[in-house]
Design a protein around this ligand. Structure first.
Ligand SMILES: [Zn+2]
Length: 229
């Protein structure tokens, strides 16, 4: 979710918000808010609980912790109804914009007509770029990250990784260094590389410069973004 949506939900439903809301798509912010509202309406014991969300291929599931053995049967029933409602709503709510989604969903998730096309294109782009960058990525089975960064950072991330790949290929150093992680935390990009001990220092420092430049640019973009809002 975008920081703005997370902020709104946290302000209104603070303790109920498990960190898993951060990973939910922005288009679902409204139905998640409605779910919190329903949970609050159950009353009494909800102050002590937190709601964790899990996005499955068939819809959005919510889990409420800790298990509430002390809840009345009516409260349990109300919670289950809220969980079912959220699950059903997620199936027909576009993850990107919150408008009505096509049902049943496509392989990429729950999207309206406009964003379904976009998501297919993004998935194809991502597969293509990932394949292109294989020489500087860890072997697939060992890879613990995806290049699926937020859209506004794609050009920056893909461009930087291409530059790194060019350097590595030019210097005949393929498989002597890898990009071990690409992370985005609060809109700030982090790229981590790993180099063999024998890796030439001068080439490494060129690659480090490319990474530092990209991280700096993402920080600049994040600052620009917050000025604009
Ligand atoms: Zn949409």
């Amino acid at each position: 979710m975008q920081d703005k949506s997370i902020g709104l939900l946290r302000r209104e439903f603070g303790p109920l918000c498990h960190d898993s809301i951060n990973d939910l798509p922005d288009g679902w912010a409204t139905i998640v808010g409605e779910f919190f509202h329903a949970v609050e309406g159950i009353g009494d014991l909800v102050e002590a609980v937190s709601c964790r969300f899990e996005r499955t291929d068939s819809g959005l599931q919510a889990f409420v912790f800790p298990e509430m053995s002390r809840w009345h049967p009516e409260q349990m029933a109300a919670l289950q109804a809220a969980q079912r409602t959220l699950y059903g709503q997620s199936q027909t709510t576009c993850e990107t914009c919150g408008k009505e989604a096509i049902y049943p969903p496509g392989a990429n998730g729950f999207f309206c007509t406009e964003h379904d096309i976009e998501s297919v294109r993004n998935a194809e782009d991502l597969a293509r770029v990932t394949e292109e960058l294989e020489p500087i990525l860890p072997y697939k089975a060992l890879r613990r990250f995806s290049l699926d960064v937020p859209p506004h950072l794609r050009e920056l991330v893909f461009g930087t990784l291409r530059e790194i790949k060019e350097v590595v290929e030019r210097e005949n150093l393929v498989r002597h260094c890898h990009v071990m992680n690409v992370m985005v935390v609060d809109d700030q990009l982090y790229i981590r590389g790993r180099f063999r001990d024998s890796f030439p220092m001068s080439v490494r420092s060129d690659i480090d410069d490319l990474i530092r430049r990209a991280e700096w640019q993402s920080a600049e973009m994040a600052r620009g973004g917050s000025d604009a809002s």
